[in-house]
Design a protein around this ligand. Sequence first.
Ligand code: MN
Length: 725
Amino acid sequence: MQPGHNATVPDEPRELLVERVKSYDPAVDERKLRLAFDFAREHHQEQIRASGEPFFLHPIAVANILCDMKLDWQSVATALLHDTVEDTEATYFDVERRFGKEIADLVDGVTKLSMIELTDEVSSSAENFRKLFLAMSKDIRVLMVKLGDRLHNMRTLNFVKPEKQLRKSRETLEIYAPLAERIGMEVLKGELQDLAFRYVDPAAFETITGRLKAAIDDAGELQQAVQSELAEKLRESGVEAEVSGRIKSPYSVYLKMQSKSVEFEQLSDIIAFRILVARDEDCYAALGILHAAYPMVPGRFKDYLSNPKSNGYKSLHTGVVGPRRQKIEVQIRTHEMHEFNENGVAAHWTYKQGKARDATSYNVVRRLLDLLETADGAEEFLENTKMEMYPDQVFVFSPKGRLITLPVGATGVDFAYQVHTGVGNTCVGIKVNGRMRPLATVLRNGDQVEVLTSKNATPSPDWENFVATGKARAAIRKYIRNQEGEQYVSLGRKMLDRLSQAEGRSLNDKALEKILGTFGKAEVEDLVRDIGAGHIGTREVLHAVYPDLKTRQRELTRNADVPMEIRRSIPQPDSHKLSLRGLIPGMAVHYARCCHPLPGERIVGIVTTGKGVTVHTIECDTLERFSDEPERWLDVAWDSDELENASFVGRLHVVTLNNKGSLAEITHVISRNDGDIINLRFAVRSTDFFEMRVDVQVNSLRQLNLIIAALRANSHVTEVARARG
Ligand code: MN
C-alpha cells in the first residue's frame, strides 16, 4: 500500500453485495451494509495493493467470500471494515458510532488477530498459536472473517515478494488451514492448502498437479463407468442416491505420498467417489448394497455417523474392489451432512438462522456450538469451542512453548502450580515475556511465563490471598497444614528449651512422658505441638513436671503489677531468648500488623491461642492489652542467618509539600535505596501538603532507616516517621 494513488471503486459492487446478502439473510440492515461499504471505500481510497489495484477491492473480495459461505450481514459488514482500524485513520470508536458495538467488536477482534506476531519458527509451536487464535476469537465470526481475509490474500499471493510468499504460505499450512478444519470448513481448508502448497514446495506441486492431470485424462472414461454402475446398483435396491466422483486435491495427494509412498497407479489414488442420500438410514442401506456387490477392502471402513469427527464431520467411508475390478474409495452421507462437512459451522449457522430469526446472531452461534459440543466423541472440538466461547480463560505459554490454560485472573503462582505442584511449592519468582515480575502478577493471553524456583523455598501463606485456581489454593493449604503442625512442634520445643534454661530445670522428652496423662496426650509430640500452637502454657507444663515450683511462681505473679517491670525483673540473658530461626512467618509466627516489626528492632512475642506467636516491637502500644497475662510473653530474637533473603514491610508516615513532582521524588528515593513500595495511601491531601502512609518492603531495619534518612534529606519532604498502627 502506498498513498497518492487515487483509486475509486464504483457503486455496482456495493449493490451486488447487498443483493447477495439479502438473498439468504432476511435480517440484513441494508442501510448499514451500504454504509460499511462507503465507509471502507472512503478510508482505503488512497491505498493500492501490491497488484497495483485499489486496496478496497480486497475487503470487497473478502466480503464476497463470506457471502459464499452465507454468513450473516454483520460478518459481511465486518469483512468490508476489517482493515480500516488497522490500516487507516479510522478508530474503534468511529466504527462503533456508525455501526454499533457488535460490529465494532467484530472488527476489533479481527484487528487483534492480525496483530498476533507469528515467530519465524512457527512449526514448533503451531498448535499453541492455533489455540491462541481460537482463544482470541471470542466470537467465531471473527475467525471466519480472518479466514476469508487469508483466503483472498493467498489467492493474490503471486504479487508479493518471494520471502513473503513463503512465510505466508507456511503460516497458512500450519495455522489457518488447521483452524478451518477444526471448525469444519473443509472447502476453505482445501483451497488454502493447495494455494500454499504451490509456494512451499513448488517442485512437488508441479509434479503432482501434472501427474494428476494426466491421470484424470486417462481415467475419464473409467470414472464415468464406475459412477453409472454404482448408481445402477443402488437404484436396483431401491435407494435414491446421487453418485459423483471428486478429484483429490494436490495437497492431500502430497500428504498421502509422504505417509504411504503412493503412486498414481490406481483410481483410488486420484478420485474419491461420493454417494449422497436423503436420510440417515439410507447411508447404511447404501453401504450394505455396496458391500454385498463388491469385495470390501479391509481396514478402509470408518463409521463417522455413529462416531462423528471432533469437528462434527459425519460420513461413512469404505473401500471396495468395485466395477471393472477397480479399487475405489467411497464416502456415503446425506445432503445435509454433506453441506455441513463442506462448510462446517457456517453451514450450521445458515441452517439455524432460518429457524431462529428473532435471536441475536451471537446466540445463534452460541447455540450451534452447544449443539456441536454435545455431539458424541467431540472431545477435541469441545475443548476448542470452549476456548473461543468462554472469555473466562487465559492462555499462556511455558518457555518451551507448552500452552497452559488458566482462569482469568490467574497469577504467576497459579501458573507455577499448574506446571507442577513441586514447581509451585518452590517458586520464588516469575519472568513474564522475559522480564522479572512479582509472583502476584495477573497473566494475560499470550504471555510467555518462566518460573524461577529455589530448592529450599516454601509456599507463603500470603499466596492464598491472590491465587485464582483451586489447584494452587489446595496445594498451598495442604503444604501449610502439613507444615503448620511441624512448625508448632518446632516452636513448642523452642519455648520449652528456653523456659528450661531460664529455670535451670530439665524439660526433656523423658520428663514430659511422665505428665502426658495430665494433659490427655498419647505422644510427647502432641503435647509439644499444643504448646507451640498456644493451647497449653509452658509454665503449666513446668509445674506439672516440678510441682514444687508452683508456689514460687504464684508469689512472683502477685507482685507483678506493671508488666514492663516484670519483664525487667525476670532475668533473661540473651542466650535464653527464643530464636525465630526455622519458623515461617504466617504459620507458627506472625508479625503484628499494628507495629510492623523489622529485623534489628527489639521485639517481643505474645503467645496467641491456636496461632502460635505474634511478634510486636517492644514499644508497641498493643502490648498494654497483655499486661495481665505475663505467662503469654515470650522474649524472642531475630535469627540473623535467616534474614538474608527475607523481606519485611515497614510502614512510614510521610508529609510532603504539594509540589509538582513530589510524589515522583518519593518513589524515586525509595526505589534508589532498593525499597519496594507495596502500598500508598493519602491520609490528608490539602492545597499545600500531602500526608500519606507508605508501606515499603525492605530487607532489614537498617535499610528502612537508610530510606528514612534519604527521604528526610529530600527538599520535597517535610516529615518522615515510622508509622505505628
Ligand atoms: Mn485484510
